[in-house]
Design a protein around this ligand. Structure first.
Ligand SMILES: Nc1ncnc2c1ncn2[C@@H]1O[C@H](COP(=O)(O)OP(=O)(O)O)[C@@H](O)[C@H]1O
Ligand SMILES: [Mg+2]
Length: 137
């Protein structure tokens, strides 16, 4: 099902809604071009879990950890990463095994890294300036 997300605020609200159903071990793969709204969605996720930290895209080779909420969030961004080995070097497998929620922007670059049960969320800009968001499978 495709959701129309008209504004950046609505994108954050969608992330907040998802947070209500997030449990330990939830992994979220965000797919969409630069400026699609992946970081806005993540802001909502982090806020919805009860952490009031400011969310920014992690720079190359870093993971941002948002603690203090119901579950910690580990935020990755594969945009400037070229190989799965570089992701593993950040400690991907360890984060997947830790208690909390993992969210990865540009996850479509390395689908083999995403564990079984990953929630895939696709975001695409529409001509009216809004966004379409859909999940698969
Ligand atoms: N419906 C919308 N949802 C999300 N972002 C939107 C929307 N409409 C416009 N924008 C703008 O698009 C940009 C999305 O930025 P960001 O969340 O950093 O994207 P990404 O992380 O995918 O590169 C922001 O400048 C935001 O204001
Ligand atoms: Mg981003």
């Amino acid at each position: 099902m495709h959701n129309h997300i008209p504004t950046p605020e609505a994108m954050q609200a969608h992330g907040r809604g998802f947070a209500e159903r997030a449990v330990d071990g939830t992994v979220i793969a965000l797919v969409g071009d630069l400026g699609a709204g992946k970081t806005h969605w993540t802001k909502g996720l982090v806020a919805g879990l009860g952490c009031d930290a400011e969310v920014t895209s992690p720079t190359f080779g870093l993971v941002h950890e948002y603690t203090g909420g119901r579950l910690p969030v580990f935020h990755f961004d594969f945009h400037r990463i070229d190989t799965p080995e570089e992701v593993l070097a950040i400690g991907w497998d360890e984060y997947i095994d830790r208690e909390g929620v993992v969210v990865a922007e540009w996850a479509g670059k390395f689908p083999a890294l995403m564990p079984y049960g990953t929630h895939w969320i696709h975001i695409e800009a529409t001509e009216d300036g809004g966004r379409l968001l859909w999940k698969n499978p």
